[in-house]
Write a protein of this length. Structure first.
Length: 137
């Protein structure tokens, strides 16, 4: 893009010639930082869309099916049965994953406390250096 042209009568009145362009100061670009509320708004909107898609899935798959699991028998709509299977599959991954994350955080906390204890012990002066010199009166 070319810089804006200043009309001849304005350029002459300001001491510039008609063929020159005016040097306008460059304004700083403002960057809007992302906020937690903006992220929450986006998450709520995405969640609403996913729930709508799940509702459509369940309503379109309303045919009743027989479900048997470890001796328990029942009748569920096909969409509900598939959704229930998906949720249980997700839980089979999330529960052990959460346990592993907690285990790693506890281990990291233990190591951090051990490291700070060693650092504090190495920074303490020895007893020979601590003793003050006797004062003469």
């Amino acid at each position: 893009m070319s810089e804006p042209q200043v009309p001849g009568h304005v350029a002459q009145g300001s001491g510039q010639q008609a063929g020159q362009t005016a040097q306008l100061p460059q304004l700083p670009q403002h960057v809007v930082k992302r906020t937690r509320m903006g992220g929450l708004w986006l998450a709520c909107g995405s969640f609403a869309v996913v729930l709508l898609l799940l509702l459509i899935f369940i309503l379109e798959n309303g045919r009743s099916v027989d479900v048997a699991y470890f001796g328990a028998h029942g009748h569920l709509p096909l969409g509900v049965a598939l959704l229930l299977a998906a949720v249980l599959g997700i839980l089979m991954v999330v529960i052990p994953g959460t346990a592993r994350i907690v285990q790693l955080r506890l281990t990291a906390r233990r190591h951090r406390h051990a490291d700070t204890g060693q650092l504090a012990a190495s920074q303490q002066p020895s007893s020979a250096e601590e003793a003050p010199a006797p004062r003469s009166r």
